[in-house]
Ligand binder design. Structure first.
Ligand SMILES: CC(C)(COP(=O)(O)OP(=O)(O)OC[C@H]1O[C@@H](n2cnc3c(N)ncnc32)[C@H](O)[C@@H]1OP(=O)(O)O)[C@@H](O)C(=O)NCCC(=O)NCCS
Length: 187
């Protein structure tokens, strides 16, 4: 059965070929891709990346390297306004890396929080996961703020740890353990 998570305003579900036009709107936007490892995608690149995601992504996190990508479909209109990426880094350490993107016209309305909190809840309840982490560029305070609202702890700052899009970047490591996660909604 297809992985679907319902929140107050969103349906989180696997990407579909017909999402291409919604994805193009934000995956081509320079501000959206500034701190994520995608180029400003053309339609062709969105089509290609989408096909690869549909082919390779899973609906469970069982083996190291498994990853789940979920579209955030707005219940009121059916439009895809963002997405979550989560990947199992290690079965031995039960470690998942998580990421988030909100379409530029839908930011600052709490959608990333709503989607990611529900996904974290789903992951902790359904897979043997001990710890969820997020790697966040130190120039991306909106993303760090979201991690903190989700209850994640800033555990480290790695100075100039990545050479990314032409610059040396420092990265924050955020993390939360299953035992620390509170599935009750809070803002
Ligand atoms: C980082 C990012 C995902 C945040 O998205 P977002 O949807 O705006 O994030 P949130 O869900 O936290 O909402 C932000 C604001 O909406 C406010 N808000 C408005 N209505 C709300 C509601 N109904 N519920 C909750 N929050 C609400 C929140 O209070 C919050 O404001 P605050 O930060 O002052 O507390 C977004 O900026 C983004 O896509 N950036 C580009 C991609 C990127 O860099 N991704 C991360 C890579 S690590």
């Amino acid at each position: 059965m297809q992985l679907t998570i319902e929140t107050e305003r969103l349906i989180l579900r696997p990407l579909r070929v017909e999402d291409v036009d919604d994805l193009l709107q934000y995956q081509s936007h320079p501000e959206i891709v500034r701190y994520i490892p995608w180029p400003e995608r053309t339609r062709e690149q969105v089509v290609e990346a989408l096909a690869k995601t549909i082919a390779d992504s899973k609906d469970s996190l069982s083996e190291s390297g498994d990853f789940i990508v979920l579209a955030w479909e707005l219940k009121s209109t059916g439009k895809v306004i963002g997405q979550s990426n989560s990947g199992l880094e290690s079965t031995r350490d039960q470690l998942v890396d998580i990421g988030w993107v909100t379409h530029q016209d839908f930011q600052r309305q709490g959608y990333a929080f709503e989607a990611t909190r529900a996904l974290m809840d789903y992951i902790f309840k359904n897979f043997p996961v001990h710890r969820i982490i997020a790697n966040i560029d130190t120039r991306n305070p909106e993303s760090a703020k979201l991690a903190e609202k989700l209850g994640m702890r800033r555990e480290a700052e790695f100075k100039d740890s990545e050479f990314f899009k032409g610059d040396w970047c420092s990265m924050w490591l955020y993390a939360i353990l299953k035992s620390e996660f509170n599935s009750k909604p809070s803002r």
